[in-house]
Design a protein around this ligand. Structure first.
Ligand code: ZN
Ligand code: ZN
Length: 513
């Protein structure tokens, strides 16, 4: 029997929050006759990288305003402060607009706290002033930007990517994403080499600037793809944008699950849980039918064990990835690290290990499912009623790193068809073959803290549980481990590292036979 959560435990959450949709009701406490106006900036910045704070304005086509001014205050933990004032008189009448304000890290260290007072007037001249955002019912707090001082601790010729995020092409009654260009710039600041953009299949059926108006999805997808490819050729020095898709398709129980597709040419249909067909929420195509259309393209189960509330199950017919779904469908990875280390991570990781024990060579994938959300994630918690903000599910914070010599889409695609990658929110760990031996390698840097522990796990063929094969704990200030181990006769080994700051990484399983 299906287990439903109690009504008190609603698990819906939709970021960048769209607050104007009233679901045909006359009133919603979230609804105001103003556009959504807010600031966003990268959560961390690599040394030497340019970065900006963005002022975003959404739905000014419905509620035109003039942004009069922006007063920025930057402060670090040591009490260093700068203030800047911008007289803007920016007339906003478009659906999605933004302005970038370049920032400098000079004179600051540690974490930068950024507060911005925004003064806005509506058409009648009524003026309001607010801090950071005008989302109703949420207190304002400063954006926080971590200034990193050290190069990221990955070996040469490995490339780091955000594997699940949404651009402005994901736009619907409860959420929207950021322009592709801002995603590319922010990816550079936070230290990524590529971004797999995974806009919702169900959103491509609607115009991104008026999310109830239908549009031909193939053409809409083409426009999205062309924009990403054009940005890549205009800015070859910036991270590669890979136009992919988060496809809603049917699992073995006829429920909607999400499949991440790594850079394909043609739109893949999937309206199932888009919420704009009323209770017609059956999946359009099954997982197998989608995979048939994707020879040679890596695919990953998105948030395979997401905690789904009863409302989401009922209204959207959403379900989770199950054992039966992996039996006949060959996908490359499970994205069980989805921006946090909660129950969905733990259950997803157990699900991954279960596949490894069956001999399935499947990659672990880490990503954030950010909709914009460069600095924090402000989203609709319960449609019509409430919003929530959190500092997880933030763009680029957890990432997947693969061995790959170039940032080229083709090369990255081949890398994900391989058997090796690392999931991390800071350090690096890997197990590789060295002749007849195995080499374990772990590395961190002072930004993420010295090594705390490294564990290597083993499961010989036929084992029903993993065992610890070897482990290390470290004296203070150890930044690196290189060790060799004898190879087991069969099965696989894999490794995990934790640093003293609580950052962590885990690598894919190395099968020895
Ligand atoms: Zn999803
Ligand atoms: Zn998503």
């Amino acid at each position: 029997m299906e287990e439903f959560r109690q009504p008190g435990e609603v698990k819906l959450f939709f970021p960048y929050a769209e607050t104007h949709f009233k679901f045909r009701l006359p009133w919603s406490p979230l609804h105001k006759r103003w556009p959504e106006i807010f600031l966003d900036a990268p959560c961390q910045v690599l040394s030497g990288k340019p970065f900006s704070v963005y002022l975003l304005i959404k739905d000014a086509d419905l509620y035109p305003v003039t942004i009069r001014s922006l007063e920025l205050r930057l402060e670090d933990v040591h009490g260093n402060v700068t203030e800047q004032q911008f007289e803007l008189n920016l007339h906003c009448e478009q659906n999605l607009m933004y302005r970038a304000f370049p920032l400098s890290r000079e004179g600051f260290s540690g974490t930068l706290r950024l507060s911005g007072w925004i003064t806005v007037a509506d058409k009648k001249g009524k003026s309001v002033r607010f801090l950071s955002h005008n989302f109703p019912g949420l207190h304002s707090r400063p954006l926080e930007i971590r200034l990193l001082n050290h190069p990221l601790p990955y070996p040469e010729n490995w490339k780091a990517g955000e594997m699940h995020c949404h651009s402005e092409f994901s736009s619907d009654p409860v959420e929207f994403g950021a322009p592709l260009r801002l995603m590319q710039e922010t990816a550079d600041a936070v230290g990524l080499d590529f971004v797999l953009c995974t806009d919702h299949s169900y959103d491509f059926y609607y115009h991104r600037y008026s999310y109830l108006d239908s549009i031909e999805p193939e053409g809409n997808f083409r426009e999205y793809r062309n924009q990403a490819i054009a940005l890549n050729s205009e800015h070859p020095d910036l991270p590669t944008l890979i136009p992919g898709e988060e496809v809603s398709c049917g699992n073995s129980h006829g429920e909607n699950v999400h499949l991440l597709v790594f850079g394909h040419d043609h739109f893949l249909p999937g309206l199932g849980d888009g919420g704009r067909r009323g209770f017609q929420n059956h999946p359009d195509l099954t997982i197998a039918e989608i995979l048939e259309r994707l020879p040679g393209i890596p695919t990953f189960a998105a948030h395979p064990k997401a905690q789904i509330g009863w409302l989401e199950r009922k209204i959207f017919r959403r379900g989770e990835w199950r054992q039966e779904d992996l039996k006949s469908n060959i996908i490359q990875g499970l994205q069980f690290w989805n921006g946090n280390l909660g129950l969905d991570y733990r259950e997803g990781k157990t699900f991954w290990i279960k596949q490894l024990l069956k001999g399935q060579r499947i990659l672990p994938i880490a990503a954030n499912d950010a909709h914009g959300d460069f600095n924090q994630n402000i989203g609709v918690k319960l449609p019509l009623v409430s919003l929530k903000q959190q500092r997880s599910h933030v763009f680029g914070k957890v990432r997947t790193v693969v061995p790959c010599a170039s940032r080229d889409i083709g090369a990255l695609r081949s890398a994900f068809l391989g058997e090796c990658c690392v999931c991390t929110d800071g350090p690096f760990v890997n197990v590789s073959r060295k002749g007849h031996l195995l080499e374990v390698e772990a590395r961190s840097n002072p930004d993420f803290g010295s090594l705390h522990s490294v564990h290597v796990y083993v499961a010989e063929s036929g084992a029903c549980l993993e065992k610890v094969y070897d482990d290390w704990s470290f004296a203070k200030d150890s930044m690196e481990l290189k060790a060799t181990l004898p190879s087991p006769k069969s099965g696989y080994v894999r490794a995990e590292v934790v640093t003293r700051n609580g950052n962590r990484a885990l690598c894919s399983a190395l099968f020895v036979n």
